[in-house]
Design a protein. Structure first.
Length: 510
């Protein structure tokens, strides 16, 4: 177990880096920040030349890979950190300084325990992308296929373990302060982040996620997943089909190549809805750098390190919430929040519905370009505070991905109306899953499963209540109250009397 002094030293060092880049200014000025935290923030910037405009991305990059990954997550939570900070943190999705190729070559050979020439006929020294956890090189396999090879940065597991250990310790200290910070549940947020990164640090699990997502997206032919080369994949190296397309972040190149940006935007929205609502398994890192346009205005996705899952009950709630917002049925949206336990029961459903209407109604029917996303998020955050809604860590990935998809779709086609794009899919899913046909089908399936269990149930009953043996059944005996007479001489007297009565009865019978 790491000593508190070590955690404090790391936090002070990181705090000093954040302060030098002006990243603590918002914490100092926020009235919801605990007083002790504000004092530490002021101490961290003592004597530093703080820039006028905070440089959050530069600060997190200077701290290390775990901070970069955390920053990429926070970039999607403008409701927590503000629009300006979220916009600056988006820079962390771009290329980072790569690891020298000789180090990468050694890592590949160590992972496979064989020379790299046995695996690849050619591999480019310069990576096509470098992120906080891994970097990707283009290669040609020994059988002539073009592939992308993703390699973990050496030593990344140790760096992450140290950093997350301190994040957990700091989150516990913050949550103990109570108030607004405690309502945001920082310990659960960090625990969720820890699970995400644990999956990302095992590239075999990423390969399995890609394979599973590919199977679940067969109904969406315009959204494709590259094939995995399992023979050239380990826990630290992932090899997959090369995707030759244009990044969705390059809108000018998309238009020049003749792609239909409106179709691309609608395909992305529909693909996300199918993953999240129909399948309950979704790509949770769908930023522009991970999405490519292919011929025919199709979309290919890469980087499956962060995947999200939601169970069927939560998917039903999600679909009903979306459809309620689309149709303006705020009362039903409010009821679902209470049914799901997201709003404590001491609040009033009608009041919550009115609060949702105040946020949703001004946005309905508008293209995204005419919406004030910052104002909407701020209003929603005020609602969560007014109605004592705690952060739901199991939905963080979903919220994060929804914000990402909205942002990418808007950049592709500024006039897109997300409500109109989502409505047909959500309406059809609700009819299919919650309509009368679905109710009858679910009931039939449940009854058939019950009937199938009957033979086993009967066998269990017979095992506990076997057939009687050869002796005749005993006659019914009258219930007689038993009197406890204690021990000692009284017990002996009763025993003698009972024995005598037994002897007398035997003589009478003979």
């Amino acid at each position: 177990m790491t000593a508190p002094a070590v955690h404090l030293f790391r936090l002070l060092k990181w705090g000093r880096i954040l302060a030098r880049h002006g990243a603590l200014r918002g914490i100092e000025r926020d009235r919801n920040t605990p007083r002790a935290v504000r004092r530490l923030a002021r101490l961290a910037r003592f004597g530093a030349r703080v820039p006028e405009t905070p440089r959050y991305a530069d600060a997190l990059q200077a701290i290390g890979p775990a901070a970069i990954k955390l920053g990429q997550t926070l970039a999607t939570r403008a409701d927590l950190i503000g629009e300006a900070a979220a916009h600056d943190l988006m820079r962390l999705q771009d290329a980072l300084p790569p690891v020298p190729f000789p180090v990468i070559r050694a890592a590949i050979e160590q992972s496979f325990e064989r020379p790299i020439a046995d695996l690849f006929a050619e591999i480019e020294d310069v990576p096509i992308g470098a992120a906080s956890i891994a970097q990707v090189h283009r290669a040609t396999t020994t059988d002539g296929r073009q592939v992308a090879v993703k390699v973990l940065r050496p030593g990344i597991e140790t760096e992450f373990a140290k950093a997350i250990d301190t994040y957990e310790w700091a989150a516990a200290q913050l949550e103990a302060q109570g108030g607004e910070i405690a309502r945001l549940r920082p310990r659960l947020v960090i625990e969720t982040f820890k699970r995400w990164t644990a999956r990302e640090l095992d590239l075999r699990r990423e390969a399995a996620s890609a394979s599973e997502l590919s199977e679940s997206m067969e109904a969406e032919p315009d959204f494709t997943i590259p094939r995995i080369d399992w023979q050239r994949t380990t826990g630290k190296v992932l090899t997959l089909e090369w995707i030759d397309g244009i990044k969705l972040s390059n809108r000018e190149a998309l238009i020049a190549a003749g792609h239909d940006t409106e179709k691309l935007a609608n395909t992305l929205v529909r693909a996300f809805l199918r993953q999240a609502i129909s399948e309950g398994f979704f790509h949770a890192d769908m930023h522009q750098g991970n999405l490519f346009a292919l011929p025919g205005s199709r979309i290919a996705a890469i980087d499956f390190g962060i995947m999200g899952r939601i169970d069927r009950r939560a998917r039903v709630w999600l679909a009903e919430i979306l459809y309620g917002l689309i149709t303006g049925n705020y009362r039903r949206v409010a009821e679902i929040h209470f049914e799901a336990g997201y709003v404590p029961p001491h609040h009033n459903v009608a009041e919550f519905a009115t609060a949702l209407r105040a946020v949703g109604e001004p946005m309905r029917g508008l293209p995204v370009k005419d919406m004030s996303v910052g104002m909407m998020l701020d209003s929603l955050f005020n609602i969560t505070r007014d109605f004592d809604m705690q952060t739901q860590p199991h939905l963080l990935l979903l919220q994060k991905t929804m914000v990402m998809v909205e942002g990418v779709a808007t950049r592709l086609h500024p006039d897109i109306n997300l409500w109109d794009s989502a409505a047909p899919f959500v309406r059809e899913w609700i009819r299919t899953e919650l309509g009368p046909e679905a109710f009858i089908a679910d009931r039939l399936a449940e009854d058939l499963k019950t009937l199938a269990r009957l033979p086993k149930l009967i066998r269990n009953i017979e095992r506990h209540f076997p057939d009687p043996g050869g002796a005749p059944p005993a006659p019914p005996l009258r219930e007689i109250q038993v009197v406890r007479v204690g021990g000692g001489w009284r017990y002996a007297a009763v025993a003698l009397l009972a024995a005598g009565a037994g002897v007398a009865a035997a003589l009478l019978l003979t």
